[in-house]
Each structure stands twice: as structure tokens, then as C-alpha cells.
Design a protein around this ligand. Structure first.
Ligand code: FE
Length: 345
């Protein structure tokens, strides 16, 4: 009897100690994502595990600087960044801790995660975005701009606008084109694009869409989610703008449209490796994938996860590039030297 009583007491003690421990457990997340649906994404994880998410929000460059400054004293457990170019740079800077996960390896296509070392992958993609071509429907036809290669065609002289060539979104696209066209092919393409510019590179992707709609230029590049955001906007100005532009998922008759990712990684100096891994695995779950992708109008990496997003649906089913985003990121050093040579600002 007394044995039983003390056994019950011990187990009560153990379970309340566990509950208190779980309540206290905090995961420090450094995130370059700031979307409304993220709140639900984190709340569901806390509900399922008892682990609280403490978030540090900054832009990608701010997060990377902070991690470098903090060094081994960094409280960061998990890091969320956008674009493979940035994830690969952070990997080279030694800011991530690679790990193996049967679950992540099974759910995330190899194309969308870091090339694994013996320790595993350093980063993992959780959503995908396409780099699309946007054109002014009044002055160009779809066939004029249905391949990235055509942006360098002399027929488009004075019609092209882009953001800075050295922005990660363009660096990644150019890294992909290095795979498809070879070094010499890419350099002559870049030269052609610079020769076709309506104005010097400036602004973000949304500014390029606006410039195309206003007629300042006739064709530009943009990530798919900036267009989706405008398509879903209730503002009459945005609707009028969307009416004026055509969207092309380029290179359907060849290697497919350039795809990139938003992804995550375990911080090099985490003191919470098990919880960090649990959180990253959670992000690939069916429930989390919908929130993660839809928060920024992206496609889930887990192909069996279905979403309801009329802007993405309007872009239809399309052929995606199949090269690994890690291979693309590997070309970026060479691409930067080419941009200097061709004076692509
Ligand atoms: Fe963006």
C-alpha cells in the first residue's frame, strides 16, 4: 500500500515536473517572415508540444548580421530566411547546424534542400515561389516574352526594367541560367538585358510590376507572390494595375520556370537541438505547410498538400525547373563577377 502510494506520488511529481518543464521550454526563432498566418502556425506548434516560440523579427540581412555578432553566445535555435542564395550564404558562413531527419528527407524534395554532408542538410525549403515575367498587354504579345532568353533579344530594346542585378532574387535566377546556358551564354544574355533596359535597375519586384503597368517599361521580372498579392488586393488601384499586365511562367517549352524557396535551418549554437528539429519537422507537416505557404501566397514544398488560393490557381499547372536550388546558389560568386563586367547595377 505504501509502495503504491509512493509510486503514485512519484509519478504525479514526475508528470507535474514534466509539465512545468514543457511550459518553460522556449524556442528562439529568428525570422525574416512577417505574415499574419504565422501566428496560427506558431500557436498550433505550442499547443501540440508545450514549447513556446519567442520570435526575433528582422530582415534577412539583419538576421545574418545579428547571428555573426552574437557568435557562440547566440540564443537562436531556428532561423527562417527567404531565397536559396541567402540560405546558401549563411551555410557557407557557418551559421547553421546540419542534421539528418528521415521525416524532412522524405517530405521535402531533394531539389529544395541543401546538399547533405555526412552530418545532414544545413537548410530546408518549406515553400516555393516562381520568378515570372510580367509584360504590358497593350504593347507586347505573350510570345514576345515567353522565355527568359527573350529579355536579351534586341527587339526588346528600351523596354526592360529590373530591380538590382545583385539582389538575391536575381542572383538566384542568374545562377539557374548559368546552369541552363553555360557561363558564356549567361554573360552574353546579361549583356543583352543591360542593353535593353528602359532605365537603370531600381526598386523592388512590385515597383517593376507598377512600371510595366504605367508603361515606363514593357516587361519585367517578379516573384510570383508579389503578383498574387496584387491579384488578391481589394484596392481598385491594384485591380486596375493587374488588368494591364500579362503574366508568363517562362520556358514551358524547355527547362521550365525558375523556382526558389523560403526555408529554415537549425542555428549553429542552439542549446535546444531536439526542439529545434521538432519545430522544423513540424513546418513540413500537412497542417503547417498550408499556413506556411499561404502566408505569402507560395506553393507548399510537400506536393501532396493542396491549397485554396485563387491567385496561385490562376497561374495554373506549369513546368518547374528541376535543378537543385543548392546548385544554383553555387554559381552566385561567378555571377557577381559577370554583373560587374557587364555593368549590371
Ligand atoms: Fe520578397
Amino acid at each position: 500500500m505504501s509502495f503504491l502510494r509512493s509510486a503514485i506520488a512519484a509519478s504525479l511529481l514526475a508528470s507535474s515536473a514534466f509539465a512545468a518543464h514543457a511550459q518553460d521550454q522556449v524556442l528562439n526563432l529568428y525570422s525574416a517572415r512577417h505574415y499574419q498566418t504565422d501566428e496560427a502556425l506558431y500557436a498550433n506548434f505550442t499547443k501540440a508540444t508545450g514549447i513556446r516560440i519567442q520570435r526575433v523579427d528582422a530582415d534577412d540581412a539583419g538576421i545574418l548580421n545579428r547571428l555573426k555578432t552574437e557568435g557562440a553566445a547566440s540564443p537562436a535555435d531556428v532561423i527562417l530566411l527567404v531565397d536559396a542564395a541567402r540560405l546558401a550564404q549563411a551555410e557557407r558562413d557557418g551559421l547553421f547546424r546540419p542534421f539528418r531527419s528521415a521525416e524532412l528527407e522524405q517530405r521535402i524534395p531533394a531539389q529544395y534542400r541543401a546538399t547533405p554532408s555526412a552530418e545532414g542538410s544545413a537548410w530546408w525549403g518549406f515553400s516555393t515561389r516562381a520568378r515570372v515575367i510580367v509584360y504590358n498587354k497593350a504593347s507586347l504579345k505573350r510570345e514576345d516574352v515567353d522565355r527568359y532568353e527573350k529579355l536579351a533579344d534586341p527587339k526588346l530594346k528600351g523596354k526592360v526594367c529590373t530591380r538590382s542585378g545583385s539582389h538575391p532574387y536575381n542572383l538566384s535566377l542568374f545562377g539557374a541560367l548559368h546552369e541552363h546556358l553555360g557561363a558564356a551564354g549567361l554573360e552574353s544574355w546579361l549583356k543583352g538585358v543591360v542593353a535593353n533596359m528602359a532605365r537603370g535597375p531600381k526598386g523592388g519586384d512590385t515597383d517593376q510590376i507598377r512600371a510595366v503597368a504605367s508603361g515606363e517599361c514593357q516587361v519585367a521580372l517578379s516573384n510570383s507572390y508579389y503578383l498574387a498579392r496584387l491579384m488578391l488586393s481589394a484596392k481598385p488601384d491594384d485591380q486596375a494595375l493587374v488588368e494591364k499586365v500579362g503574366v508568363v511562367l517562362p520556358n514551358q517549352d524547355s527547362y521550365g520556370t525558375h523556382m526558389n524557396i523560403a526555408g529554415g535551418a537549425m542555428a549553429r549554437h542552439t542549446k535546444n537541438a531536439a526542439a529545434a528539429q521538432k519545430f522544423l519537422e513540424y513546418l513540413a507537416s500537412d497542417a503547417a505547410q498550408g499556413y506556411f505557404a499561404n502566408g505569402n501566397n507560395e506553393w507548399p514544398v510537400v506536393s501532396s498538400v493542396r491549397m485554396n488560393n485563387r491567385a496561385l490557381d490562376s497561374m495554373g499547372n506549369f513546368k518547374r525547373e528541376s535543378i537543385p536550388v543548392a546548385a544554383v546558389a553555387g554559381h552566385i560568386g561567378k555571377v557577381q563577377q559577370m554583373l560587374d563586367r557587364v555593368e549590371y547595377k
